[in-house]
Design a protein around this ligand. Structure first.
Ligand code: SF4
Length: 237
């Protein structure tokens, strides 16, 4: 579970850079003070005042740019990625995601819920469809649209991209839109997949605490998606 360690923003950015993440401020990344979603910018500002040692900024993509797999999440969790500065790090969803990535060879090291745990992604990259933490984990449709260029840019910047895992319907539909497709092109459902452009898209229910506690998503259901991705990438190597 989440370790209540706050990571200073400059330290988190330096760590992200060292581990292959794109640092905040680079061309495909929003600036630390991105003003494009006023509601989210105001929420961020409130949390900067309340918790100055937290990241409290758009969360950069994590993992090598030449990876073949991109995993698209929804948005940073307040006390997860918004606090630590690394996607899915420090809250419940990361426990299942990173354990599964390690199991299928997409990550090495040990996940310990903070950016200094030494975990590294292997042939995989993670980005959120919405880079800033939204109140109650619920971005508005306009915020999802506004942040889409910061999803489209990393997608376009991965020269070896072959597979995309979308976590939840919002991430799925926004990924399709970033690829220039309508949501009807591949209707969201757990386990559905299809080839869109140069990559095969695999959809999964989001690995949130709510979904796992209600058993909408079991660890085995989640594993089955990554097993399919692993088979697909191994067959296309
Ligand atoms: S969610 Fe995206 S577009 Fe909106 S303020 Fe944050 S970084 Fe900018």
């Amino acid at each position: 579970m989440a370790k209540a360690t706050a990571v200073a923003a400059p330290r988190a950015r330096a760590l992200a850079k060292a581990r292959g993440s794109t640092p905040v401020g680079s061309p495909s990344e929003p600036g630390r003070d991105c003003p494009l979603c006023p509601r989210l910018a105001a929420f961020r500002a409130d949390w900067r005042a309340a918790e100055p040692s937290w990241h409290n900024a758009p969360v950069p993509a994590f993992g090598p740019q030449d990876a073949r797999l991109l995993i698209v999440g929804l948005a940073p969790g307040l006390r997860g990625a918004n606090r630590t500065g690394r996607p899915f790090t420090g809250d419940f969803a990361g426990d299942l995601l990173y354990a599964t990535l390690i199991e299928f060879g997409f990550a090495t090291g040990t996940y310990a819920a903070h950016p200094e745990d030494g975990l590294a992604l292997r042939d995989a990259r993670i980005v959120n469809a919405v880079r800033c933490v939204p109140p109650q984990n619920k971005p508005t449709p306009e915020e999802i649209r506004t942040c889409r260029p910061f999803l489209a840019a990393p997608l376009a910047a991965m020269p070896r991209l072959k597979a995309i895992v979308t976590l939840g319907k919002i991430a799925h539909d926004s990924t399709l839109a970033a690829l220039g497709e309508r949501a009807s092109r591949l209707k969201f459902g757990h386990g559905v997949s299809d080839t869109i452009g140069a990559a095969r898209v695999f959809a999964s229910y989001h690995c949130s605490r709510y979904n796992t506690n209600t058993r909408v998503l079991t660890p085995d259901m989640f594993r089955s998606v990554f097993a399919a991705v692993r088979d697909y990438l191994d067959a296309s190597a």
